[in-house]
Write a protein that binds this ligand. Structure first.
Ligand code: THU
Length: 136
């Protein structure tokens, strides 16, 4: 079975990962409201805390092109130089950034072992999230 385009693009982006410190390479791809795909990879730094995750790189690329909503996000990750073995769930900070720009029908798409694809809603990955309405 062939993966959908968004997953294939996430795998291609992973090849550009700059992850010399963790040795963990991540790729991400979002489908934005302009109908285009935007990809990202993790970009590490010798000052470890300045690392940016793949999901945020992809989302910020979409936003800088004028998008405010993303309807799909695919993430793939695993040891650099090896095939991805398991689901790569987004970290807490990325979940918060996803919640800022996720559309109502947002889907997180994650490939797992044996070609399995799992889908999650925003509420499943970040229930009771802090958002715009929390500030009212
Ligand atoms: N990483 C991501 O790119 N996305 C996540 O959601 C989790 C972690 C990256 C950051 C760091 O470069 C490496 O994976 C190990 O934490």
């Amino acid at each position: 079975m062939e993966y959908p385009e968004i997953v294939r693009l996430a795998y291609s982006a992973r090849e550009k990962s700059y992850s010399p410190y963790s040795g963990f390479a991540v790729g991400a791809c979002v489908l934005a409201e302009d109908g285009k795909y935007y990809t990202g990879t993790n970009i590490e730094n010798a000052a470890y805390g300045d690392t940016v995750c793949a999901e945020r790189t992809a989302i910020f690329c979409a936003v800088k092109e004028g998008n405010r909503k993303i309807s799909k996000l695919a993430i793939v990750g695993g040891k650099a130089g090896e095939e991805c073995k398991d689901f790569c769930f987004p970290c807490g900070s990325c979940r918060q950034v996803i919640s800022e720009f996720a559309s109502e029908d947002f889907q997180l798409i994650l490939p797992g072992p044996d070609g399995e694809l799992k889908e999650f809603t925003l509420a499943e990955i970040l229930p009771h999230h802090f958002g715009e309405d929390s500030l009212k």
